[in-house]
Ligand binder design. Structure first.
Ligand code: ADP
Ligand code: ADP
Ligand code: MG
Length: 650
């Protein structure tokens, strides 16, 4: 085993790798960018080396600086995590040239699987079923349109260098093909510097089922499947193992195909073979096809760890240090069921816009596994993936693991940024999902109902009452308490966004009070130390940049009333559309003087992995445009100003 390794990554995956290394007695070196100097992964590692600026290209993608840090600190091997340099064969070559071990597959294996077209050809040769389609070299538009016709609509256009769901377009009929091809190519050229595409049959009732494989360069085994069908825009949202409805026959067929794929390239380390499955008639051994191989540890590996009881990072370290595979195929067992959700700082209501912010408070229940790279007080910066944590539950059955997941989400507390927590909660309780009816279209179909925030006036009033009780700061000492009897009723005003809410607090004795919020009443009692609302649901109040009240599955934020504060927001007024996040202005659709309707697209902003459309909040006339196409902007920068329509225009 290695004595010391360097982790060329950040966030939750760096922290997760450090934990296993520590358990195995392996010392760790973290690398970090300037903005990550105090990040959790730096704190957890035995040593840390600063490698550059915030932008990934100035730090986490600087292979040379990372290798130099490893040599300087005496690390023997480099673990790349996922993302960043993990699937970069040139980096692997450089690591090896420096006399270090790359904890992952060979550069040759990564190259073989790097482009989807070449990987497909290779897999076909190895006897692994691949999706019917065209994955040849001819990139002529008319020729590709002919191929689409031959394959039969609907088809999927995919960037051969694609990843993260980018450069992909589903085309329903021939009339739409040319435009879809153009935009897929543009996106691919921009994201990957390679605009080559392939055409695939769009599988109906598609399910994404992938198989975890592990090789040691000589032999390979699989660690069963994960179902990642719950996706939004081709990106995974919830993953589980095993796949609902999986049969022994299908598992055997998929496992065999995956192992064949791994062996065909002499694979070493952890990898995933992704298959697309036609689930229109249940899971059938003749209805799955190879999509791509991810030659790294996958984001969702914890569900496999939960159902196998194995530590995949331990396996990575053992295999990379020269040991053979720790277990034979027949020794690997599957127990129970596991789920993972990806908790993101994102604004679901605003079209899942990535969000940033300082985490005033972050807490997870202890009955789940929470893999995170941040803690209370940390900043979710615009520089990196806005994932806050992965929450994983494991139970004896799917139903139990899923209800554990619902509960874990209810009890997760995040303050300081908007998150997709409520959305994940709604998903975990979705009827069809609960029954195991999954396909990649589920989220898009039911998006509206998944985004609804159930109204619960009683609970919302109780949360305001809890915040007011905190503001009142009643003394726990019964003697001082008496002084509060006069005046008998106090009014506490809280601010909630643009509105304010009045809570009337009446003392009813030294250790009892009554709070009135609109037309709801609550009793509060003092247990000798703390004042709490006398009701059965636990409400937690945290004061950090406002008052955050956490109830199961619900969070509310209040501010102490400050009469000066209310007018401050008037400034530019709501007529100015502000950038909701930092990003690049990809396209601008309006010019000064133009009349716009409510909801009319104003511009496209590119941030993180996605493009986001910003729309007019109301009808009006564009008074001023503040930015140009191609401009890099910060969150809160003004984009356009709308003026009212002149009288007569309605
Ligand atoms: P997985 O199947 O493991 O979820 P993804 O393709 O979604 O694989 O990517 C895994 C991780 O790799 C992401 O969380 C992200 O950090 C990184 N990543 C992948 N593609 C991109 C991309 N186009 N831009 C930025 N990061 C990416
Ligand atoms: P990426 O590299 O972006 O992860 P993939 O090839 O793995 O690209 O595809 C991403 C997702 O797109 C899949 O998980 C699946 O939901 C969908 N998808 C891919 N290929 C097909 C197909 N042939 N038919 C239907 N859906 C597909
Ligand atoms: Mg994929």
């Amino acid at each position: 085993m290695f004595r010391k390794i360097l982790i060329a990554n950040r966030g939750e995956i760096a922290c997760r790798i450090i934990k296993t290394a520590r358990r195995l007695g392996v010392a760790t070196v973290a690398v970090h960018s300037d903005v990550d100097a105090h990040a959790l992964h730096v704190t957890l590692a035995d040593q840390a080396v600063a490698i550059g600026g915030a932008a990934p290209k100035d730090s986490y993608l600087k292979g040379g600086a990372i290798i130099a840090a490893a040599l300087e600190t005496g690390a023997e091997a480099i673990h790349p995590g996922y993302g960043f340099l993990s699937e970069n064969p040139d980096f692997v070559d450089a690591v090896q040239r420096a006399g270090l071990v790359f904890i992952g597959p060979s550069a040759k294996a990564i190259r073989a699987m790097g482009l989807k077209d070449a990987a497909k050809a290779l897999m076909k040769q190895a006897g692994v079923p691949v999706v019917p389609g065209y994955h040849g070299a001819n990139q002529d538009g008319a020729f590709l349109a002919e191929q689409a016709e031959r394959i039969g609509y609907p088809v999927l256009i995919k960037a051969v260098a694609g990843g993260g769901g980018k450069g992909m377009r589903r085309v329903e009929n021939a009339a739409d093909f040319a435009e879809a091809l153009r935009s897929a190519r543009a996106e691919a050229a921009n994201a990957f510097g390679n605009d080559a595409v392939l055409i695939e049959k769009y599988v109906s009732a598609p399910r994404h089922v992938e198989v975890q494989v592990f090789g040691d360069g000589r032999d390979a085994v699989h660690l069963f499947e994960r179902d990642c069908s719950l996706q939004r825009r081709h990106q995974k949202v919830i993953e589980e193992a095993p796949a609902p409805g999986m049969t022994d026959e299908m598992r055997h067929a998929m496992g065999e195909a995956a192992v064949r794929a791994a062996k065909a390239i002499g694979y070493s380390g952890a990898g995933t073979i992704e298959f697309i499955v036609d689930g229109s008639e249940g899971l059938r051994p003749d209805r799955f096809w190879f999509m791509e191989m991810n030659t790294r540890l996958q984001v969702e590996h914890p569900v496999t760890e939960a159902v196998t009881g194995l530590d995949l990072v331990e396996w990575q370290l053992r295999v990379a240090s020269g040991e053979p595979l720790p277990l034979r195929q027949e020794e690997i067992r599957l127990t129970g069921h596991a789920f993972e959700v990806r908790l993101y700082a994102e604004d679901v209501a605003a079209g899942f816009l990535p969000a940033t912010g300082r985490l005033a408070h972050l807490a997870f229940p202890d009955h789940c596994r929470a893999d995170t790279g941040v803690q209370s007080g940390d900043e979710i910066s615009p520089w990196y993936d806005p994932m806050i944590a992965k929450i994983i539950t494991h139970g004896p059955t799917r139903a139990i693991a899923l209800s554990q997941l619902g509960r874990a989400l209810d009890e997760t507390q995040v303050a300081g940024t908007v998150t997709n927590l409520a959305f994940l909660s709604a998903l975990a309780r979705h009827r069809g999902f609960t029954r195991g009816e999954v396909d990649t279209g589920l989220i898009a179909r039911d998006l509206a109902s998944l985004m609804e925030t159930p109204q619960n006036d009683r609970l919302e009033s109780a949360m305001a009452a809890a915040a007011a009780l905190h503001v009142a700061a009643l003394p726990a000492d019964p003697l001082t308490g008496f002084s509060l009897w006069s005046p008998l009723t106090r009014r506490i005003t809280l601010e909630t966004g643009a509105d304010s809410i009045d809570v009337d607090l009446t003392m009813e004795g030294p250790q009892a009070a009554r709070l009135r919020v609109v037309d709801q009443e609550f009793q509060a009692v003092c247990n000798g130390q703390n004042w709490t609302l006398a009701r059965d649901v636990a409400l937690k109040v945290v004061e950090a940049d406002g008052l955050h009240v956490f109830a199961p599955g619900k969070t509310a934020r209040f501010r102490r009333h400050d009469p000066l504060n209310r007018d401050a927001s008037a400034g530019l007024g709501s007529d100015v559309t502000l950038a909701p996040m930092p990003g690049l202005v990809r396209a601008f659709f309006v010019i000064a003087g133009q009349e716009v309707q409510a909801g009319q697209p104003l511009c496209v902003l590119e941030a993180m992995k996605m493009e986001h459309m910003l729309k007019a909040s109301r009808a009006g006339r564009v008074a001023e445009v503040f930015v140009r196409e191609g401009a890099q902007i910060a969150a809160g920068d003004p984009l356009v100003q709308l003026a009212a329509l002149e009288a007569g225009h309605g």
